[in-house]
Design a protein around this ligand. Structure first.
Ligand SMILES: [Zn+2]
Length: 769
């Protein structure tokens, strides 16, 4: 019986059958191989889409979010470093649910005398400790920094019962707050402000012993509404210190009373500038609103040096109003120099602002506001136009912390005004990062308490782009002929972490409280993953459109990880489930190598393997259509007479096929490669990535081919690729530009490169001296 018709299609069918047989072998080797495909869609990991959150990654038709509006009266007692506040909260329940009680966050309670936060660490003796941490831990009384709540009252002044559980406060309202209704109530409170340089608080003061003044950077300072959402209900994961914040959008009217000689700024638009600014300050401010190329100094170093010597017992009240922000923070001191410039964002003017004590100069005067302006431009171009009226960078020792429109940043020169490159770039980078947080998570308002990477990872990725763009925009500000020295984002920089001890690595999709290495986990690894996605996997055009789509879909809303993952696929038509799985859901790493190479020749004679295949099926050559075979050079299939011949010379079958099926012109245009190779690439690393290869030929030419990551979809361990060429292949390099964070490059080349080990390098260096 004839098994096949002699057609080209049946020839392909047979070849298909042979390779299918090989995969069955593979399946036998690894039970469950197909079930565990890295390319399986993430249906089990992702939450089921619903009417609140669509499968496309966009907000669904029933998406809602709550609103919390605040009217606050704040007083700073500078002498005693205490802060007092009265706030009226109007809470709007836009959810479909009736709420029996309201939850507020009392984050300062992490610093209460009886806080359990310091007792949660079971890691034993640390490698080293900062003297300040050591002293506060072992050498003194615990600081009494928790909230003192004077009252919680309803709108008519009647006391409301409340229960404090560590950093959360439940307010029991008399009747459930129905869907669509509003509730107004007030809280009066005070607490002792900590020295943030001693116990690494995100908020507090720095004391300057030389002049006896404090500089305050104040945040998480008032009882704030917890988020109630379709995902978590009440977000009531406590504030332990590492996991940051989850906050509701709302409008703020805040009056802050401080000593009359203080300079203050914060979230929102200053309502009484003429009352709190001097005449000179007003004039300089007017000038700054029209200065687009450089900052105008509004409070000078001379002026604050005079102010530092006094201490006003009078007070001034600064009135700020902010719309659609998720938080409120401010900075105040008689030590603050102030400068500003205008930045064009779309067709609007935004003010870039810096506040710094003289201890920050000359560095801060030179770079801070310039970097703020650049950050707003860069981030706006990649997401949406910055919607707020200003962005302030405040210099605070050892701080890097973000709030809507205002952030605290480190970077202090030596006392004599000199500074290292490390301090300079550290300062620029932290300003880019913290100002950048306005976009993620202040506007694209993800839940930081649950997912550190959604704000830190996205922001660190954006920071990398903004840094590189800064280097291009201001070449005079960086080392000559160099790129901006970004600390994170470049694929090679994540290799030490991803190749490190697995017992101290967690998937990116982990709660920030539960990971060993928060920096690499929530910042560097997701930033690198996104950078690789943009440069190597998706390409800039597809990536940028999808990333922008995510930012614009979720600006002023609360996205989840799935909303991000889904939008990136939805807007690009690139299946990224394998990528999210490998990079975000596992602790796998990337390692791809070239394992072996075999040379082949074209022949009409069935190879040994083919003969075995036929024998097993009781077939003879007569049962087959005319076929072409590739015979391996180092095998019994090899016939030395074939060497150096073109395919149509060494195969009669091929020659006849061409005569029967091609015109003379087509035959003349046919390419006849002389060299055939089977190259095997192996993948010791768990993450499937595009296989990027540079082939070098005997004539010195090179050719780069990127095989899609899908090449690993059937076999996660190794793949073999057939390559033909007219010149002999002399070299293969996998990932030649180090784009994929491949942790081991010793297997990336053929012929294998002799890599020097550290000891050889050491000996060589000694010899050289
Ligand atoms: Zn950050």
């Amino acid at each position: 019986m004839r098994l096949f018709k002699y057609t080209f299609a049946s020839l392909l069918f047979l070849v298909g059958a042979v390779s299918f047989a090989q995969e069955t072998e593979q399946q036998k080797r690894e039970p469950g191989h197909y079930n565990q495909s890295k390319f399986k869609q993430l249906y089990e990991e992702f939450a089921t889409p619903n009417n609140y959150r669509s499968a496309s990654g966009a907000p669904g038709p029933d998406y809602y979010q709550q609103q919390a509006d605040y009217v606050m009266d704040i007083t700073l007692d500078d002498k005693n470093a205490k802060i007092y506040g009265e706030e009226t909260i109007t809470y709007t329940n836009n959810s479909p649910d009736d709420l029996e009680y309201l939850w507020l966050q009392l984050d300062q309670n992490v610093r209460a005398k009886d806080s359990k936060a310091p007792l949660r660490n079971g890691g034993g003796v640390p490698l080293a400790e900062q003297p300040s941490s050591f002293a506060s831990q072992y050498m003194g009384e615990p600081f009494d920094g928790g909230f003192n709540i004077d009252y919680v009252k309803d709108a008519s002044g009647k006391a409301l019962p409340y229960t404090i559980n560590f950093t959360m406060m439940r307010v029991d309202i008399p009747t459930p707050l129905k869907s669509g209704e509003q509730y107004t109530f007030s809280v009066k409170w005070n607490y002792n402000i900590p020295d943030h340089t001693v116990n690494r608080a995100r908020s507090g003061y720095e004391y300057f012993p030389k002049d006896g003044n404090r500089a305050y950077v104040i945040a998480q300072f008032f009882p704030r509404m917890a988020v109630y959402s379709d995902v978590e209900g009440w977000q009531n994961h406590q504030f332990w210190g590492s996991g940051e914040f989850a906050l509701t959008f709302g409008n703020y009217e805040v009056d802050i009373t401080v000593p009359a000689d203080h300079i203050l700024d914060g979230t929102g638009v200053l309502q009484n500038r003429k009352e709190v600014y001097t005449k000179e300050m007003m004039q300089r401010y007017e000038k700054a609103t029209k200065s687009y190329d450089k900052p105008v100094i509004i409070v000078t170093q001379e002026e604050i040096e005079a102010a530092e010597k006094g201490f006003s017992n009078k007070t001034k009240t600064w009135k700020l109003k902010a719309e659609n922000v998720r938080d409120f923070a401010f900075a105040t001191s008689r030590k603050f120099i102030l400068d500003m410039q205008a930045v064009k964002i779309g067709n609007r003017d935004v003010m870039a602002v810096s506040m710094y004590p003289k201890e920050g100069n000359p560095l801060w005067e030179e770079y801070s506001t310039k970097v703020v302006a650049h950050t707003l431009r860069s981030y706006s171009a990649h997401t949406f136009d910055y919607p707020y009226p200003k962005a302030i960078s405040v210099h605070a020792k050892n701080q890097g912390m973000e709030y809507p429109m205002i952030c605290w940043n480190y970077g202090r020169p030596n006392e004599d005004g000199t500074y290292s490159d490390r301090v300079k770039y550290g300062m620029m980078s932290v300003i880019i990062h913290e100002v950048g947080h306005n976009f993620f998570p202040m506007i694209v308002n993800s839940d930081e308490r649950q997912w550190g990477w959604m704000d830190e990872g996205l922001d660190t990725f954006m920071q990398y782009m903004a840094e590189q763009e800064f280097g291009e925009a201001y070449p005079e500000a960086i080392a000559p002929n160099d790129k901006y020295p970004s600390r994170r984002g470049d694929p090679a920089k994540i290799v030490p972490y991803m190749s490190g001890d697995q017992s101290t690595i967690s998937p990116i999709m982990s709660n920030p409280e539960n990971v060993y290495q928060l920096g690499p986990n929530a910042y560097a690894k997701p930033a690198t993953a996104l950078n690789i996605l943009r440069e190597t996997v998706m390409g800039r055009e597809l990536f940028d459109h999808a990333f922008k789509t995510y930012a614009q879909r979720w600006m002023f809303k609360h996205p989840t990880p799935e909303d991000f993952f889904r939008t990136m696929e939805d807007a690009s038509a690139v299946d990224l489930d394998y990528f999210w799985r490998g990079w975000f859901y596992t602790t796998d790493y990337v390692d791809i190598g070239v394992k072996g190479i075999k040379k082949y020749y074209v022949t009409d004679k069935p190879t040994k393997k083919m003969q075995e295949y036929m024998a097993a099926r009781n077939m003879t050559e007569a049962d087959l259509p005319p076929l072409v075979y590739l015979a391996e050079e180092d095998s019994e299939d090899f016939d030395p007479n074939l060497k150096g011949k073109s395919p149509s010379e060494s195969s009669q079958t091929l020659k006849e096929f061409m005569m029967d099926n091609m015109t003379a012109e087509e035959r003349a245009a046919v390419k006849e490669p002389k060299y055939f190779y089977e190259i095997t690439y192996d993948k010791p690393g768990g993450i499937p990535m595009p296989l990027i290869v540079e082939y070098t030929y005997a004539d010195g030419t090179t050719k780069n081919i990127t095989y899609p990551a899908e090449i690993w979809r059937k076999n996660d361990d190794e793949v073999s690729i057939v390559v033909s060429s007219s010149t002999e292949l002399t070299g293969i390099v996998v990932d030649p530009k180090m784009e994929t964070a491949d942790i081991d490059t010793t297997n990336n080349s053929w012929p294998k490169k002799e890599e020097q080990n550290d000891f050889d390098q050491f000996k060589e260096n000694i010899k050289g001296k």
